[in-house]
Write a protein that binds this ligand. Sequence first.
Ligand code: UGA
Length: 436
Amino acid sequence: MKIAVIGTGYVGLVSGTCFAEFGHQVACIDIDTQKIQRLREGLVPIYEPGLQPMVEKNCAAGRLSFSSDFDPFVGEADVIFIAVGTPASRRGDGYADLSYVFDAARAIAPRLRDYTVVVNKSTVPVGTARQVARIIAQENPHAHFDVASNPEFLREGAAIADFMRPDRVVLGVESPQAEERLRAIYRPLYLIETPFVVTTIETAELIKYASNAFLATKISFINEMANLCEEVGADVHAVAKGMGLDGRIGRKFLHPGPGYGGSCFPKDTLALLRIAQEHGVACRIVEAVVEVNAAQKARMVRKIRAALGGTEAGKIIAVLGLAFKPETDDMREAPALTIIPALTEHGAIVRAHDPQAMKEAAKLLPEVQYCSSPYEACEGAHCVVLVTEWNEYRALDLPRIKSLLAEPVFVDLRNVYEPHQMKALGFRYECVGRKG
Ligand code: UGA
């Protein structure tokens, strides 16, 4: 199968590389010539465990190539995946900006030769694939093609594993021919008995938003339960376990923290609300999820302030972890981007460390002092705040941290440590939804 993937962002690069790993002939295309040049030199622009060697291996095997030209790849492809970015629109109104998707459709249209399936892999509002079909038909009335929707469910930091062993594959298709081609692409997944959900295009598009909104709901729900636990003296970990063991609820995504971030949940919940609004449908649960998430970040700031004795003015705060989650250098919508400015605005001095995201963070948080280790960040600080649960923060030399701090205050926004152990070590320890 010959595949062209348009867009070498997270989804495009991971999907293209994994399709090559499945044995297909894949060309990844991006209009960013510099990015393509670097990829050709073997430089993967994102930090994603396992991706670099897989790119190298498939390039060396001749199955994977990178190009900033659409020709000849688009004309030769059996299937074209559109995996370009759909950022939140600059108007800040929650709409997704689809201009890259439509640009890709316009670039594809005149190049189509034999029957081709054009698949939307980007997360796009319901109805977008049909608009893509309209654009292609307008630009090239002779084109023989079908559009399809094949949303991607991979997580950053676990992208390769999620792609190679997905819980399900969702295919929104309109013809048996398109279904057959897409099933052929995913044939290696039949062997591991991956369920396939074959449905209409609109349904497939909505499944993606509904899934992300539901996962975000679980997080906002457990965060509110955590806050209630703090007031009534309950332990949110036991609550999550006790709930999650009910198979209908499930244990995953019930970990409390500073609120969800990243490039997906914040953007997709807002986009879903816009879609609902446009169709005159209330989505009050999702509205509440978004509000609870903002409130959770504000609550974390108050928690840190209280741990510092009521004010952050003139205090040095060590922040461990900046990325929106571990195993990524992605800072998009990271809780640190809300929490840190709220503290520095009121006179706090922030010293921070992150294993991968400091370069990205420095562009967004220039006021922060960046440190080469968690220990350097803690030197002379009045409090240490663990914001992202990187593995290297799970095994900190705690006595050393304590000796470096000016005050033994540890605020753990990810509940990495056990309250009684921290107390025994002499820390004043605060976490989320558990007695400190
Ligand atoms: C999310 C979904 O999990 C993927 O299935 C989906 O494909 C992807 O969005 C997307 O739409 O492209 P991702 O944003 O990479 O993936 O990261 P997650 O691991 O889902 O974490 C999202 C946020 O939720 C993080 O800020 C994380 O810290 C937070 N989270 C997650 C919690 O606070 N508690 C939890 O129990 C789980």
